[in-house]
Design a protein around this ligand. Structure first.
Ligand code: FAD
Length: 291
C-alpha cells in the first residue's frame, strides 16, 4: 500500500521507525525487534538506510519481512550522497524486486572524511537529485525529509524552505520531519511552508527519549531545542533508567496528543527498535486511535 493512501483518509495514524543492523551478526536480534513492533500493526513502518550504503541489504530484508509476514506497509529509506549513479540504480532495482512501493529519498549526511571536499563532480549532491530519478522511474510513492528547526547546513529558514519547495515540486508525495521536542516549532514551520505553497502531507517525527545518553545524540543529530520542561524532567530522572524511560514515554505521548488535538492526523515515532516503547505509546493512545 502506498503511504499517500493512508495519509489521505481522515483516520488518526501512528507509524514507527526502525533501523537495520550494521552487521550480519546483529540481524536476528533486530529482525525479532522489528517483528514485535510490526505485530502491533502500526499504520506503516519505516526502515532507515546507512549512509554510504553499509546496511542497504538489511534495509530491504527488514522492510520486505515486515510487509510480507505482518502485512504492515513499509517505507524503505535510501540515501544518495557520495554514491554513483550505478550504485543508486542498482538499489532502486533491488527495491523494485522486493516490491517496495514507498521510498524515503534522502541525501544522507556528508561523511566526515569528505567534509570540505569539492562536490561539484558528484552524481548526487542533494536529495532532489534522487527524488527526480525516482519520480522519472515511476511507480514509487516518494517521501522527503524536512526540518522544523532548519537543516544545520542551511543559512536560514527562508533558504531551507526554498530548497524544500524545489524538492517537493520535483516529486515528493509527503514529508517527514526531523524530531523536535516543542510542538510550537512544528506549528510555526507548518504555517511557513504552507504559506510558501508546500501542500503535501507532513508527518511530524516524535522521538521518545528513554535514557539520558540518547539526549546528547539527539541534539547532535538534529540540533533540537530542549524545552525547560524537558530539561527538568531529564535532570530529575536521568540517573534512574526506569523512571527516565517512563517519563520519556509520557513526554512523547503528551506531544502526540497535542499534535492530534491540533489537527495533525499522522505521527511518526522514532521507536529505535524498542518494541516495549512502541507498545506503551500505542496503549497510552488506544482510545484516541480507536484501537
Ligand atoms: P537535502 O534535501 O539535500 O538537504 C540537505 C541540505 O542541503 C539542506 O540544508 C538543504 O536546504 C540544502 N539543499 C537542498 N537542495 C539544495 C540545492 N539545490 N542547492 C543548495 N542547497 C540545497 N540519514 C541516513 O543516513 N539514513 C536514513 O535513513 C535517514 N533517514 C532520515 C529520515 C528523516 C525523516 C530525516 C529528517 C533525516 C534522515 N536522515 C537519514 C538524515 C539526513 O540524511 C540528513 O539530515 C542529511 O544531512 C540531509 O538529508 P536530506 O535528504 O534532508 O537532504
Amino acid at each position: 500500500m502506498k503511504i499517500t493512501e493512508l495519509l489521505n483518509n481522515d483516520r488518526l495514524t501512528l507509524s514507527f521507525e526502525v533501523f537495520p543492523p550494521k552487521t550480519e551478526m546483529g540481524f536476528e536480534t533486530v529482525k525479532a525487534a522489528t517483528e514485535k513492533i510490526a505485530s502491533l500493526h502500526p499504520a506503516f513502518m519505516s526502515v532507515t538506510y546507512g549512509a554510504g550504503g553499509g546496511t542497504s541489504k538489511y534495509t530491504l530484508d527488514i522492510a520486505k519481512n515486515i510487509k510480507e509476514r505482518y502485512g504492515v506497509p513499509t517505507l524503505a529509506h535510501l540515501t544518495c550522497v557520495s554514491s554513483t549513479k550505478d550504485t543508486v540504480h542498482a538499489r532502486i532495482k533491488d527495491m523494485k524486486d522486493a516490491h517496495i512501493e514507498n521510498v524515503m529519498a534522502l541525501r544522507g549526511d556528508i561523511p566526515d572524511s569528505m567534509a570540505g571536499c569539492d562536490r561539484s563532480g558528484w552524481d548526487y549532491r542533494h536529495a532532489i537529485d534522487l527524488v527526480r530519478e525516482l519520480k522519472a522511474d515511476g511507480g514509487f510513492c516518494i517521501g522527503g525529509a524536512c526540518y522544523p528547526e532548519i537543516h544545520p547546513e542551511s543559512r536560514d529558514q527562508r533558504e531551507d524552505i526554498l530548497h524544500l519547495k524545489e524538492k517537493v515540486d520535483a516529486g515528493c508525495d509527503f514529508l517527514t520531519t526531523q524530531m523536535f521536542f516543542d510542538n510550537n516549532l512544528l506549528y510555526n514551520f507548518l504555517y511557513k511552508i504552507r504559506e510558501r505553497g508546500i501542500t503535501v502531507p507532513v508527518i511530524p517525527g516524535v522521538m521518545p527519549i528513554t535514557n539520558a545518553n540518547q539526549i546528547e545524540r539527539a541534539i547532535k543529530l538534529s540540533g533540537s531545542f530542549m524545552p525547560r520542561r524537558f530539561v527538568t524532567l531529564v535532570d530529575k530522572f536521568g540517573s534512574d533508567p526506569e523512571a527516565m524511560k517512563q517519563a520519556g514515554i509520557v513526554y512523547a505521548t503528551d506531544q502526540i496528543i497535542d499534535l492530534f488535538a491540533n489537527g495533525v492526523r499522522n505521527v511518526h515515532v522514532y521507536s529505535m527498535n524498542k518494541p516495549d516503547v512502541a507498545e506503551k505509546i500505542l496503549s497510552n493512545l488506544s482510545a484516541i486511535l480507536g484501537k
